[in-house]
Design a protein around this ligand. Structure first.
Ligand code: HEM
Length: 215
């Protein structure tokens, strides 16, 4: 056990998740900044494709009775359908990819949900960009970034209450939820990387296109 875990042992799960995955969140910011999804509709559609595949992984976990028991308002959550509708609005193809969450159960599943539910908070900023820069809305193209009907803060508080239930208070269980959150962040990170080539790769692609055009 390192000094950091020692310090946080006995903490609420929500607090531990936030503290111990802070670098993963930072990485999301970096990948989003690199991907620049609001540059144009084509870039944005690539973001929605990544979001759809991630939401599909997350909602797959909703079928597990143990997950339903841990998060009673599960049915109201998830943005798979919204992402699919956005792809249709944008005229973009539905991406194909193997499920990444098969075999994930409780308590790790809660870590996946944490990443998805937490991302609805940052989505307030992304929604604003989609609206202002691309003219999208909660009924066209940006459904996946819109707030839940009860509002972002209320939905988040209810989810945090599920995370902080006494049944999830022992350190070993919490460690497994955090491992699940790390796996979910890794999945979203690799989806962003797949859908947004790095600047170096796009330069190479651009060069070969220019080369082909010159031939
Ligand atoms: C540029 C894109 C993003 C921005 C600007 C952003 C911004 C934010 C903001 C402002 C919060 C609220 C922090 C607070 O209230 O303390 C937040 C929370 C969170 N975000 Fe992001 N975010 C972004 C992308 C993402 C992505 C891609 C994911 C995961 C797929 C993600 C996962 C989370 C999680 C899990 C939380 C909850 C943190 C906690 O309080 O435990 N974010 N984000």
């Amino acid at each position: 056990m390192n000094a950091q875990t020692d310090l946080v042992s006995g903490s609420r799960l929500s607090q531990r998740l936030k503290t111990e995955t802070v670098q993963q969140h930072e990485r999301m910011h970096e990948l989003m900044a690199q991907g620049n999804p609001f540059a144009d509709l084509g870039s944005y559609a690539r973001f929605v494709a990544a979001q759809y595949l991630f939401q599909r992984d997350v909602e797959y976990l909703f079928h597990d009775a143990a997950v339903k028991k841990a998060v009673p308002d599960l049915e109201a959550r998830g943005r798979e359908e919204a992402s699919l509708a956005d792809l249709a609005d944008l005229g973009a193809a539905v991406p194909q990819s193997a499920l990444a969450s098969e075999g994930v159960g409780m308590p790790e599943a809660l870590g996946w949900l944490y990443v998805s539910e937490g991302s609805t908070l940052g989505a307030a900023f992304l929604f604003k960009e989609a609206r202002e820069r691309l003219g999208l809305s909660e009924t066209f193209g940006a459904r996946n970034l819109a707030a839940y009907p009860q509002g972002r803060a209320m939905a988040w508080r209810a989810f945090v209450a599920s995370l902080d239930a006494p049944v999830l208070s022992d350190t070993a269980t919490q460690d497994r939820v955090i491992a699940g959150a790390n796996a979910a962040y890794d999945r979203f990170g690799s989806l962003l990387e797949q859908h947004f080539p790095s600047p170096a790769e796009s330069r190479v692609a651009g060069l070969s296109e220019a080369h082909e055009a010159a031939l």
